[in-house]
Design a protein around this ligand. Structure first.
Ligand SMILES: [Zn+2]
Length: 276
């Protein structure tokens, strides 16, 4: 049995049998790792709380047949605010689900994807608790960059049908076709009018945000401000695009609806307690 070391982020963890734990991780050099930590759920386990969800850890592993075996683990970075906040947890769960579902059949390592996961977790961890706008902004950035890394990015500078360079229309409207995989010039947009459910009209702020998402690095993107409604619309568009072009079947928008449900129930309970 050969052994190796890996620096990895825990994307999923669940119980196995009486005392073991299975963890799914994304590592810098080995890509996805499925591993078992024997006895990890015992009170006096040598792993302590190191194998908790979203931790960035330095691992010692022994290669196994279907699962590798974790023989040692040290925490490199503990994103401790994520499990304590429902909103942060849900967004990080979305990121984990996308990575796990998309890469189940490959073990190719992508240092760029690793860095993206790390940057997004780190940002969500450090954001103020109630700043859902910024958390959604990070999730939207992740989905866009994930599409780019995996080769699914939409075409946004040229018409995705005929290749003509996109020039802003006098009306300020630019068509985006999910099915065609990007923006459309006015001529191609007209001929696509019979498939309106796959074609959306974007105004300039939407187009600029999409362009920023795919072209900027996170440190530059972080400071870009845009209207909340623009972010909502673009998040929905990118999510629909993601689902149409990948086999992940993740309802990204459902994650936002979970927030909406919590916000609504908080408002209701506040109203109730004010009335009482
Ligand atoms: Zn065209």
């Amino acid at each position: 049995m050969s052994s190796y070391r890996a620096k990895a982020i825990i994307l999923k963890a669940y119980k196995l049998g009486e005392a073991d734990k299975i963890v799914k991780l994304y590592s810098q050099k080995n890509g996805l790792i499925d591993a078992v930590a024997k006895g990890a759920r015992k009170i006096k386990s040598k792993f302590g709380g190191r194998l908790e969800l979203f931790n960035f850890i330095d691992l010692e592993l022994a290669s196994g047949k279907s699962l590798d075996i974790i023989t040692g683990a040290e925490i490199l970075k503990n994103f401790s605010n994520i499990p304590l906040d429902f909103n942060k947890f849900i967004f990080c769960q979305l990121i984990s689900e996308i990575v796990l579902k998309m890469h189940l059949h490959t073990n190719e390592a992508s240092p760029v994807l690793f860095k993206l996961i790390y940057v997004c977790f780190n940002e969500i961890d450090s954001l103020p608790k109630d700043d859902i706008y910024s958390q959604e902004k990070v999730a939207c950035f992740f989905i866009a960059k994930f599409l780019k890394i995996t080769g699914y990015a939409p075409i946004i500078e040229n018409c995705s049908s005929c290749g003509t360079a996109i020039v802003e229309e006098k009306s300020g409207k630019i068509s985006f076709s999910i099915k065609m995989g990007g923006v459309l010039c006015p001529i191609c947009s007209k001929s696509a009018e019979n498939m309106p459910d796959m074609k959306k009209d974007l105004n300039l702020p939407h187009y600029n945000l999409i362009s920023d998402l795919f072209s900027r690095k996170f440190k530059d993107f972080r400071s870009v401000e845009f209207d909340n409604a623009v972010l909502e619309n673009v998040y929905r568009l990118i999510s629909d695009y993601f689902n149409y072009h990948t086999d992940c079947h993740i309802d990204c928008y459902n994650y936002l609806n979970k927030f909406a449900a919590v916000v609504q129930s908080n408002i209701k309970s506040n109203i109730k307690s004010n009335l009482n």
